[in-house]
Design a protein around this ligand. Sequence first.
Ligand code: DC
Length: 217
Amino acid sequence: MAIAIDGPAASGKSSTAKAVARALGFHHVDSGALYRAATAARSRQAGAPETWTEASVIEAARIVSLAPTETGFTPLLDGQEAELEMRGDSATDNVSRVAQMPGVRNWVNSIVRKTGQEYDVVVDGRDIGTVVFPNARLKIFLIADPAERARRRLLERLGAEPSAPQISEETARILLRDELDAKQSGRARDAIVIDTTRLARADQIEKIVKLGREAMV
Ligand code: DC
């Protein structure tokens, strides 16, 4: 059984998917992390990002493997944990370009679908309910106001409430990312849209867990 959680950048998909998977005893798969892993793997090789070809990214991504964690799976690079490299500025700046390559999308999708053949999964991404698992038992589409998404991201990063200028700078960055990812993102017609702008994290998770339990019977 697959549960799809899609939505724009910084909408809280991954942390929500992880908590929902934990509550339901499912495995969490973060599809964005695989795009980031392919990007980080290619960054280890020579050449400016503007010159990267699809073939060179796929070739570089041969060092990516998926390792089990307590809650699901995480990508490794050359058998090693590489979270900082995958989440750093360089991978973040270049991942949208990599995610636009059809061959890379096929590579990610086949890895994600394979996990779904073997386990009950909660998968978060941009096209999980539309492309990867169009028959997912439950599809959630998370949305939140851009300024609130920016505030949450900064709060997580800084560990303190951000200032208004910091929020507006981050909001601009998030809106740019939404634009870059728009082509790869889709809201399934049968997705349940949850606006989390005024929803506490715990309530949001509880709501999806409840929907997940209902979908399981
Ligand atoms: O969710 P994230 O920020 O970690 O995603 C990283 C990038 O991968 C982002 O540019 C969107 C893209 N992505 C995608 O195109 N399709 C997915 N299913 C997941 C992520």
